[in-house]
Design a protein around this ligand. Structure first.
Ligand SMILES: C[S@@+](CC[C@H](N)C(=O)[O-])C[C@H]1O[C@@H](n2cnc3c(N)ncnc32)[C@H](O)[C@@H]1O
Length: 252
């Protein structure tokens, strides 16, 4: 495991980073196609439905959603410095609220939000995995705790949107779980200035329906693919550490 990539799971790394960084867009700049797709996915919800963003960082996603008409957005991150900065920067926007929150232990009641969004936060948990086909013990604990918490706080038929560059054969097997009591689907978002995004959509209290997704789940079979991957991958390269570092190098 690369020490360089482990930093993405360390709150001290993020606090230090946010001491001097005002804005960084993981997954690249140019939100418009992403926002268009989110608006489409969320079109059945009234615009005053409260939205919870997990691991907001200093991304513009919160203010962009506000400008698209969502009026009640709680953006959270476990970095205190991040939240202090964001709160100060957007003090003039009453529709934006900010709170320090660890998404593995969300201090909110059951069934408290209908819309929960994360962008590249789960990617940070998985960044130090030696292969995208396998999730190690530490990362699995963070992921499991977060997904359980998100499922717990979602209202019936609420949506959890997870935004990443990671393709369905890597990400669907992690999300498609009976115990989380949600259905999964995904949308591919083509962006002229970026890699393709994927928005994974989890809908609470809908039966898990994997018809049409079997192909991706089969491709995601770690036992078949891990050995091949190990042969071609350099596990210490920064690009493999965190697919998002590609965006930082090329797109911003
Ligand atoms: C890769 S950045 C993504 C930031 C932003 N969402 C974006 O798309 O630009 C990951 C963010 O997640 C935050 N984070 C990491 N682990 C977290 C956790 N357990 N709970 C809440 N936030 C976390 C980090 O502080 C950082 O701001």
């Amino acid at each position: 495991m690369s020490d360089n990539a482990k930093k993405y799971s360390d709150v001290n790394y993020w606090n230090k980073r946010y001491e001097s960084e005002d804005h960084f867009e993981w997954l690249g700049v140019g939100h418009e196609p992403l926002l268009d797709e989110m608006e489409h996915i969320l079109s059945s919800f009234p615009r005053d439905t409260p939205v919870l963003i997990l691991g907001c960082g200093n991304s513009r996603l919160s203010v962009d959603l506000l400008h698209r008409g969502f009026t009640d957005i709680l953006s959270t991150d476990y970095s205190r410095i991040c939240i202090q900065n964001q709160r100060a920067q957007f003090a003039h926007e009453p529709g934006l609220k900010w709170d320090v929150m660890d998404m593995t232990r969300i201090p909110l009641p059951d069934q408290s939000f209908s819309i929960v969004i994360e962008k590249a936060t789960i990617d940070g948990f998985l960044a130090h995995e030696p292969s995208p086909w396998r999730v190690g013990v530490e990362a699995k604990e963070l992921l499991d705790a977060s997904l359980r918490e998100i499922s717990r706080i979602l209202k019936p038929h609420g949506r959890f949107l997870s935004v990443t560059f990671r393709q369905p054969h890597f990400r669907l097997p992690l999300m498609a779980r009976m115990d989380l009591k949600w259905n999964v689907s995904f949308h591919e978002v083509l962006s002229p200035n970026s890699f393709h995004f994927y928005i994974y959509q989890m809908t609470k209290d809908q039966p898990l329906d994997l018809s049409g997704l079997e192909h991706f789940l089969r491709l995601g079979d770690a036992s078949q693919n891990d050995n091949d991957y190990q042969r071609v991958a350099s596990s210490d390269s920064e690009d493999e550490d965190f697919v998002m570092s590609i965006s930082s190098n090329i797109l911003t």
